[in-house]
Design a protein around this ligand. Structure first.
Ligand code: CS2
Length: 492
């Protein structure tokens, strides 16, 4: 079997779209930190369309901040890869050409800083997931105790975190008289542009207060809302895509057909005309972020914990249980929607219906265990914001409390059969400790976790009606398990 490569593009099946432009003529204008599946399913497709429209300045230098895996798979393919939209029985394959360079940060941090200083680089974009911001998820402040931040402060010219890289490169550009790039966060954090600005400024202040003042004055950090369900690639995906392409792709990406990108228009050095590829350019991203984080991601996390506990491996499997669907609907309708100010022109009912439909898609095998990762970083954005607003309004939080209880039950790292499993979370050690100390005592579990201010802030531990609800649900989760708890409360 041949390997995906520029030489085989002309022999691919006619229904496989290939880059409709001369890749050799594409200049690199964007450095992207975090070349995971999501970036390859989302921003790179939008940018590929812009390149095809004739604006060839915006090729991407992708950066893997973890290690060489992606580079090793994609280099032999000259950085081409396939993106396959799957829905029901339909499969639509496309070859993306917008990735023009690939660097591995830890192999040579100084070389990456240097690359970011090229005046042709006008945007540094980011997808590193919530934990990559090295911040305290409850307060949004930079965590100066974070091992990567400590290392970067000790050695600012050889950074390891995005905060260290961005600050080092901006400092070098300032010294060289090169205008600063725009920093474009594309992660699922509420006000992602403001968060990255805040952590970079805090870090820069610690390194060089003059630099911090210059960044504050000169650097743009627009906010974005990004959306496309993109599970981690599985061996089955690799085989299916190979059958569709007739060539082997070392690391194909599989995603749903839907995609959305809402961008605040603040790019002093210019940007690709992503709107020609379907992005929405707006003044104010907040309402879109609230809508997406609280309805889509909030429901995702809810199903991820209750699903994992019940042994449902994927989101689409959860959606085969009618009680889980009713729970998701009630969570969205009764507890979350009243906290939203919907973006103008968006019909909340239609949006929620579309989420249910997207989650049902059986062609997307999105593992509940994958979404359950990093709950300590995800919950504050997705679930605890609505909890606070509902409590302040004196409104019920029953369904939200079940989400928090399910996360706690999961965070103990002991499943419903009493077997230990690994909780993948930056706070895993602390979570395990609380869980071990509490045993199966629902009240101790609830109060133990609520007393972690880095997740729950200083306020939620004292919110007694909320705590009572969480304890109520936890008792049921321990006594009956997740599937029976959901069935009893939400079944027909
Ligand atoms: C998911 C997201 O893994 C998760 O936490 O909720 O990756 C989700 O699939 C995307 O945000 C969809 O745009």
């Amino acid at each position: 079997m041949k390997q995906l490569h520029p030489d085989v593009l002309s022999s691919l099946p006619a229904d496989v779209a290939v880059p409709a432009y001369d890749r050799g003529k594409v200049g690199v204008g964007i450095v992207h930190l975090g070349i995971g599946a999501f970036h390859r399913a989302h921003q790179l497709e939008y940018t590929d369309d812009v390149l095809a429209s004739g604006d060839t300045e915006w090729g991407v230098c992708g950066v893997d901040l973890l290690g060489p895996d992606v580079r090793n798979k994609l280099m032999p393919q000259e950085l081409l890869y396939s993106l396959s939209q799957m829905s029901g029985d339909s499969k639509k394959h496309r070859i993306i050409g917008a990735l023009r360079e690939l660097m591995v940060g830890p192999e040579d941090p100084a070389a990456l800083v240097e690359r970011m200083c090229d005046p042709a680089i006008r945007i540094v974009s980011i997808t590193v997931t919530e934990k990559g911001y090295c911040h305290d998820p409850a307060s949004g402040d930079l965590n100066f105790e974070h091992p990567m931040i400590k290392a970067d402060l000790a050695n600012p010219d050889r950074p390891s975190s995005i905060v260290g890289y961005i600050t080092a490169a901006l400092g070098r550009r300032r010294d060289a008289g090169t205008p600063p790039f725009t920093v474009l966060s594309c992660d699922n954090l509420f006000q992602n542009g403001k968060i990255i600005r805040r952590v970079v400024l805090a870090f820069a202040k610690a390194v060089n207060p003059d630099l911090a003042a210059w960044i504050e004055e000169n650097v743009a950090f627009p906010c974005t809302m990004v959306d496309r369900i993109t599970p981690a690639t599985t061996p089955t995906d690799i085989a299916e895509v190979q059958a569709g392409l007739g060539v082997a792709d070392g690391w194909p990406i599989v995603c749903e057909p839907f995609k959305q990108w809402v961008i605040e228009d603040h790019f002093p050095l210019g940007r690709p005309a992503w709107e020609t590829a379907g992005a929405e350019i707006v003044e104010e991203v907040d309402p879109y972020e609230y809508m997406k984080l609280r309805l889509l991601n909030g429901s995702h996390s809810a199903l991820a914990y209750l699903g994992s506990l019940a042994g449902y491996e994927t989101i689409s499997r959860c959606m085969e249980d009618p009680a889980y669907v009713t729970f998701m609907r009630k969570l969205m309708d009764e507890d979350v929607t009243p906290t939203l100010q919907m973006p103008e022109g968006v019909d909340v009912g239609a949006y929620k219906d579309s989420l249910v439909e997207r989650f049902v898609n059986p062609a997307i095998k999105h593992l509940t265990r994958q979404i359950a990762m990093d709950g300590s970083q995800k919950l504050p954005n997705r679930t605890l914001g609505p909890v606070r607003e509902r409590l302040a309004a004196g409104a019920p939080v029953d369904h939200l409390a079940l989400v928090v209880a399910a996360w706690m039950r999961y965070a103990t790292g002991v499943d419903e059969q009493g077997i230990q499993f690994e909780v993948n979370d930056p706070l895993a050690a602390a979570l395990r400790k609380v869980g071990d100390a509490a045993g199966n005592d629902a009240e101790k579990v609830a109060r133990g976790y609520l007393a972690m201010p880095e997740i729950f802030g200083d306020d939620l531990a004292g919110a007694e009606p909320f705590t009572e609800k969480v304890i109520h649900w936890l008792k049921s989760l321990y006594a009956k398990g997740a599937a029976a708890t959901v069935k009893e409360a939400y079944g027909a």
